[in-house]
Design a protein around this ligand. Sequence first.
Ligand code: TMP
Ligand code: ASP
Length: 248
Amino acid sequence: MNHQKLELIYQGKAKDVYKTDDPEVVIVEFRDDITAGDGEKKDILINKGYYNSIISAKFFEILEASGIKTQYIELLEPGLMLSHRLEMIPLEVITRNIAAGSLLRKFPFHEKQEFTPPIIQMDYKSDEFHDPMINDDIALALGFATREELETIKKTTLKINQVIKDFLARKGIIFPDFKIEYGRNYKNEITLGDEISPDSCRFWDMKTCEVLDKDLFRKGESGVINAYQEVATRILDEEDKEKWNIKD
Ligand code: TMP
Ligand code: ASP
């Protein structure tokens, strides 16, 4: 099938979703816009969409190979991901292996405290309400998901964490925490959507603890795109790099 971008059906802060001629298939466009603070801090980071789409595609491929259902079909070209259409659930599912970020601002954990088992936290995805932390009962009362679906989400998230953490360890990257989002596919099955990229994860170099993610932008530091490129270079195999013309 010849998949082309048709009507724009959703516009987020960093991605657009387009219809295709197949009602169950969409094209997700990863843009270069970068935001923080619920969209208050904004910029354009040339090539960010390019790297985030390639990095997300790689993680989705690894997860699919581990039996996790994802939205991913294929990367048509850097920036454009052919995906299954999902009805998204407005929950940001955050997994924490090491204490960092807002957890340290909200609770008396010490920096880099390790969590075994990992902590799963859910936030309500809403700029208007500033993504407040939510629990199962509130999510149920708001009709976001059933209890069974919430259980599936948590179980799947722990598996995703394990698969990616182990993969990244082999690439010399620590995986302190990450945020993912789920939706339902046409069979009503809970399916991983959105992205897994330096925008939505913390990645630290294993030797130096150098930050390789969006925290650089959040803190106003330089070298943001170099960090994203470094993640791509580390996780892609030679074949991927040749295909997407990424140089070491
Ligand atoms: P936090 O420590 O700021 O709560 O972030 C936890 C994880 O979630 C971190 O890996 C970055 C990611 N994240 C998002 O993807 N979107 C967001 O809006 C925020 C605040 C964090
Ligand atoms: N979701 C936040 C925003 O877009 C970004 C972040 O801190 O990751 O403003």
